[in-house]
Design a binder for this molecule. Sequence first.
Ligand code: GLA
Length: 432
Amino acid sequence: MHAALPVLVPALFAATLALDNGLMRTPPMGWLAWERYRCDIDCDNDPKNCISENLFRDMADRLSEDGWRELGYVYVNIDDCWSSKQRDKQGRLQADPKRFPRGIKDLARYMHDRGLKLGIYGDMGTYTCGGYPGTPLDKIQIDAQTFAEWEVDMFKYDGCYSNATEQEQGYPLMSKALNATGRPIGYSCSWPAYQGGLPPKVNYTQLGEICNLWRNYDDIQDSWNSVLNIIDWFFGNQDALASAAGPGRWNDPDMLVIGDFGLSMEQSRTQMALWAIMAAPLFMSNDLRTISSGARNILQNKMIISINQDPMGIQGRRILKEKSGIDVYWRPLSKNASALVFFSRRDDMPYRYRTSLSKLNYTTGSYKIFDVFTNKAAALKDSTEFVVPVNPSGVVMWYVSAPAAPSRRHYKRARFQGSADDGENGDPLVVL
Ligand code: GLA
């Protein structure tokens, strides 16, 4: 070692404390089996939907052929119930040979050949939540090695059947073991979800150092009730949570259930908009073979995806909770831009919410706003009062460009940016 180096070493260590696998600098995107397919292992009676290599291949085909991959949806993640009930003779986890006859390594290759990535699931306890073999402390090394050997790209480490002490040891140990394999493997930790999700019990600084993302709270279900409950928990606790997020480390409010059975189109837009505000991982759990064009359009909305993927990685916040039942959410974005979401908790009719950018803490200036769902654009001065009509359980979402000095040219250009589907009734988006 060079004589001058010892002085530098402590500083270097401090700088590399954060999980240093270089992965997930923006929230990961892809598809995850659990919410939609659960532990359906009945391939005899339900061959299309059971947890098998065919299901993951089908989804990979859809991701690569239907425009998802190009938008960033690249992970195809196996969840629980993939493995055999027994480890092999060498003590390694093995896939159920009936449902994964070609094995996980072959499935990983299938993904890589298509520019996709494969994720897999394990659990800190003796068993997974679904009753399959777990990865307790003494199995961490061997399982991390097995996943790396299979060329897996992401690992979700669940916490069923483990206690707080084991979790304290196991989650950091797995992080080290994955790094030690030399293969970059994104690491999703369910640890906070098993400890109530909040400080002081949960140490988000430490989580950011060892995990790329973490589940903080309950499992999502295919219902509006569940989505709203998650929204309320995350934004209700935003002071404790938001600062934990950043490039390479994300809070995970769980999967997108858009395209399933439980959400209306309005509610689907709300989930997409607020997951983007939260800088949340975007893992869809749906059937990409039969998804409706309405759901697909929401999930493939480029503007919302780019808001979700903003390189600064700052998690947004709820800035207002009005008595009228309107909430306003805000996220700062790069290039001095921002995103605004107006959400209605009402159940009567579209509510005409009246406000101005200055009331929403915007500084003096002229802004260009872009409605991400209607593709309409307009210019707006901070002081101008406007009205947004917000549908029950729905949202209006805006991308707000940095303020510009007001000039005639600027206004003209903004007005001409009206969308292709501008024609319906010619009503201005913003009632100025
Ligand atoms: C837990 C997790 C879910 C899913 C199931 C699998 O409930 O939180 O996301 O992985 O286990 O059994």
